[in-house]
Design a protein around this ligand. Structure first.
Ligand SMILES: Nc1nc2c(ncn2[C@@H]2O[C@H](COP(=O)(O)OP(=O)(O)OP(=O)(O)O)[C@@H](O)[C@H]2O)c(=O)[nH]1
Length: 914
């Protein structure tokens, strides 16, 4: 016969070997230590004993609760119902506590919560009597195949349950049949139930004690019910077979239950909370140990399988959590990209090698360099490969530029910036040369050595003037077309021997459109045929009245060639500048304008900048139009390297990424990266604007455009074939002027529409009107490029009409109210969820669904709103005309009364005639 070691058995039974050893020793077996062995038979007995103890523990635990015992007793004594119920509650609480503490489940089926006296006898699971200890069990039926129907244990009569004899029977039965103990108990219960009066309220069933459920249960119960009490109480034969020695041992062991319970509690307290699966598994193991019926074992196994699946699914879900990143990556895995990002920067942002990114690009079929800028969309694709998300950040140019105008304290006087303009060959270049020669610095330092588009001269009195040394019109108009305004003063050169010519007039137009004061230089006075007075009178006709004639235009008579009157001219310029009170803040980051630019073969993009504010220093990062850079080198007109340059200084700058355009702004930025962002932002905006292909101005959009700016002026460049027509047109257009809007003919002339006309129109947001004239091919191209509208006419009436219409658009439209129809309310109905509906008769005009209405009561307006619903014979209709009845619902208004008038009206915009 094989032997079983105690510690092996302890492991099998899930208890401490030491405890088991103690228990076995107390059972009377001759064991020395926990490594002693037992015969199979002895081991089986121990197993049974343990199972019994476990059951007993449960029972003992229940015993701890004071209520159960009393309850059962009282109830069987037919105590008042109220008390019984209270006790039941107490029992339930005690049970719950026990369950929590011990976690030992001795039975499989849970009892129904609600007690049903009749049913319980036959159907409820077996319940151990709340107060009964093993010793108290009463067994009056002994046959193993006898009733084992689950029956409420509470029904066990205490006096019988306490019978020691019954206990012996249970002990004897256990090894032989499935759940003999339960059988015994059940028998007792059944019997008791038969005896007890039916009206006795059954105890709420507590936890079923064990799974045993013999097949014939119900039928047998019935049989038992028929049996007399005496018979049922007869001692079963089998339990009697148990040896007396064993019985004694059991008694003894039951005494040890307290100790066991304490340990069990301790174990349960220290253990982690068991999962549902673990609990079921434990139950199942116990059932196996108790040799529960196969069908119940199978049921439990199924339950276990279900719990296992459930646990698996739950674990899967838990695992899914960290798998979310593809859709919602962690916050730190985001990269902000504004207009674009350089490959190198992207690599840095992701903490990867630039070469890895370049490789990735190659895989995606694109070749890039480390300094290449990529758009946010492309960056997003590549970043995703590295687990990063690109967040496209919108920047506002203003945000990055962060400009605050200087305070008056910061402002200091600055030199004027002057542009020389005039008709061809009237001596502009000669004058500029003459002025240059007046420069005291040049004389000392060897003169201006290079052309940089602008230069600064220092006069004998120490004052300075900056001249823009580029073809006047072009520089001036181009810059103005780009919204730039660098020039403070225009020197208009007019040859004394030639007088006012076309370009003289154009120059005046430009200067005026820009609001720049003009200082007239009557040149070539050295010439014998020079007639300055004639020039003055011609110019006076154009509005440039000399001071000595009572006007406010400063005139200088000079000879650029002979260098006569140059100083006087410059004095006048300074005088004019003084009147303008030109000031700038020198102590802040520089801002300026590009006046000239080119791509130098050896030095790359270079540009001449006129500093308008602040001081520019070498190394400063900057943005200029849609390009940017860092001041690599700064030169003056003499080719000297400068470390810094203040307001009104013209400087040639090296360090642009690309060639900027004349008229572009030049702004020093905190860092080059920000400068790049602004440049890229602007470039995108420019592309968008170009894509939109919107004309700068047109008659059609005049109204909209001017309404926004509240400008009540239509600027026109007017060109005609003959002087007579031109004058007639000028008169007609001028006459269109009203108090609210006027036509401003910024230029009028004879002949073809020229580039200069286009540039002026572009710079001034004007339209060009050609009467019987056409633009030159260059002008046409320029107009397309500059988005300037040119309108052609050959009938004066038509031209006037169109302009009139456009100007009408400039006026605020008048709003007029027109009555659409009137209806009389003849009945009212209250419609659930809709409100009051008026039964109306349309007296005049019509009512339209959605129309604006007024509700009049005795000619007083009660309500103004909208028709919410309009029906005829329950059908929704769009309109109802006079002579018909209809149902009208008003929007958010229900106080409609019979006799009210509903007046529908509409608001109409009336274009005003000039
Ligand atoms: N007698 C005389 N001739 C002058 C004077 N100023 C300029 N000239 C001559 O006039 C001619 C034209 O002079 P520029 O300075 O080239 O005139 P401009 O306005 O610059 O001409 P464009 O560049 O073609 O617009 C030259 O031959 C000059 O020598 C002057 O004060 N007196």
């Amino acid at each position: 016969m094989s032997k079983v070691r105690i510690y092996d058995l302890a492991r099998e039974l899930g208890i401490q070997a030491k405890d088991l050893y103690e228990r076995i020793r107390k059972m009377g077996y001759d064991v020395k230590s926990h490594s002693s062995t037992l015969s199979e038979e002895e081991a089986a007995a121990v197993r049974q004993e343990l199972a019994f103890i476990k059951n007993s523990v449960k029972t003992e635990e229940k015993k701890e609760a004071p209520a159960p015992k009393k309850v059962v007793v009282r109830r069987h004594r037919e105590e008042p119902k109220e008390e019984t119920e209270k006790a039941e509650e107490a029992t339930e609480t005690a049970e719950a506590q026990q369950k929590k503490k011990l976690k030992i489940k001795l039975v499989i089926k849970k009892p129904p919560k609600k007690e049903e006296p009749e049913k319980e006898v036959a159907e409820t699971p077996k319940e151990e009597p709340q107060k009964a200890t093993p010793e108290e069990f009463v067994a009056k039926e002994t046959k193993p195949e006898e009733p084992t129907e689950e029956i409420s244990a509470e029904k066990l009569p205490p006096e019988e349950a306490r019978s020691q004899e019954a206990k012996k029977e249970i002990s004897e039965e256990r090894p032989k049949v499935r759940g003999p103990k339960v059988v015994a108990r059940t028998v007792g219960v059944v019997k008791r139930e038969v005896i007890e009066p039916k009206k006795a309220k059954p105890e709420r069933p507590s936890k079923p004690e064990r799974p045993a459920k013999p097949k014939k249960g119900r039928r047998v119960v019935t049989e038992f019910e028929r049996r007399p009490k005496k018979e049922a109480a007869a001692p079963p034969p089998e339990p009697q077979k148990e040896p007396e020695k064993k019985k004694k041992k059991r008694k003894k062991h039951v005494v040890e239950l307290d100790e066991f319970r304490k340990k069990a509690k301790k174990k349960a307290a220290g253990a982690r909370p068991k999962s549902e699966r673990e609990e079921i598994l434990e139950e199942l193991e116990l059932m196996r140990e108790l040799e529960a019926p196969t069908e119940e074992l199978l049921a439990k196994e199924e339950e276990l399988a279900r719990a296992t699946e459930k646990e698996k699914a739950a674990k899967k879900e838990e695992k899914k959590e960290p798998e979310r990143p593809p859709t919602a990556p962690p916050k730190e895995k985001k990269i902000k990209v504004y207009e674009s990002i350089q490959v190198g920067e992207l690599a840095k942002a992701m903490g990867v090698k630039a070469s890895d990114i370049i490789k990735k690009f190659m895989e995606l079929g694109t070749m890039v360099t480390i300094n290449q800028s990529i758009d946010p969309e492309t960056a997003a694709i590549v970043a995703a490969e590295f687990g990063y998300e690109v967040e496209q950040a919108a920047i506002e140019e203003e945000q990055l530029l962060e400009y605050t105008p200087p305070s008056p304290d910061e402002l200091k006087p600055r030199p004027p910036v002057v542009t020389v303009m005039g008709h061809v060959d009237h001596g502009k270049t000669t004058l500029l040369d003459a002025i240059r020669e007046t420069d005291v610095v040049s004389r000392e330092a060897g003169g201006i050595t290079q052309h940089i588009g602008a230069y600064k001269v220092k006069l004998k009195n120490g004052q300075e003037i900056t001249f823009i040394d580029t073809p006047g019109h072009e520089a001036f108009t181009h810059m103005r077309a780009r919204g730039a305004q660098v020039t403070d003063i225009v020197i208009l050169v007019v040859a004394a021997d030639d007088g006012v010519m076309d370009q003289t007039k154009e120059a005046i137009d430009h200067a005026r459109a820009a609001g720049v004061p003009i200082v007239v230089a009557i040149n070539k006075i050295d010439k014998p045929e020079a007639n300055p007075e004639r020039v003055k009178s011609e110019l006076a006709e154009l509005g440039l009245v000399p001071e000595d004639w009572g006007g406010d235009t400063l005139y200088a008579e000079i000879s650029a060639k002979k260098k006569i009157g140059i100083d006087d001219l410059l004095e006048l310029v300074l005088l004019q500048a003084e009147m303008l009170e030109l000031k700038a803040a020198p102590d802040r980051p520089a801002r300026g304008r590009i006046v000239e630019s080119r791509l130098d073969k050896g030095r790359g993009p270079v540009a001449t900048v006129i500093i308008q504010e602040g001081t520019l220093k070498e190394g400063d990062p900057f943005v200029a139009g849609i390009t940017y850079g860092r001041v690599r080198a700064m030169l003056d007109e003499r080719g000297r390297r400068l470390k810094e340059a203040g307001p009104a200084s013209p400087v040639e700058i090296l360090g642009f990424h690309e060639v900027p355009q004349a008229g572009d702004d030049f702004i020093v930025m905190p860092d080059e990266q920000k400068a790049r962002k602004v440049a890229e932002y602007r470039a995108r905006k420019q592309r968008e604007a170009e894509a939109a292909k919107e004309t700068k101005m047109s008659l059609e959009k005049l109204f909209e455009k001017l309404k926004e700016g509240e400008i009540k002026e239509l600027k026109v460049v007017l060109k005609a074939d003959v002087q007579g027509t031109l004058e007639a047109l000028q008169d007609s257009l001028q006459k269109l002027a009203t108090d609210e809007v006027r036509v401003n003919i910024i230029r009028s002339g004879i002949g073809a529409i020229t580039e200069s006309d286009i540039m002026l129109a572009s710079a001034s947001d004007a339209i060009v009107i050609g009467f019987n004239v056409r633009p030159t091919s260059q002008a046409k191209r320029l107009a397309e490029q500059e988005k300037v509208e040119i309108r052609f006419y050959d009938v004066i009436y038509k031209l006037i009409e169109d302009v009139k219409k456009a100007m009408s658009g400039l006026l605020e439209p008048e709003i007029e109210e027109r009555i659409m129809g009137v209806a009389e309310v003849r009945a009212t109905f209250k419609v659930p969820k809709v409100g009051t509906v008026a039964g109306c008769y349309v007296k005049e005009g019509k009512l339209e669904r959605g129309a604006k209405v007024r509700l009049l009561r005795d000619n007083v307006v009660i309500y103004t709103g909208k028709i919410a619903s309009l029906k005829r014979f329950k059908e929704d209709v769009k309109e109802v005309v006079a002579g018909y009845e209809c149902g009208v619902g008003l929007e958010n208004f229900n106080d409609i009364k019979v006799g009210d008038l509903i007046e529908a009206f509409e608001l109409v915009e009336i274009k005003r005639e000039l």
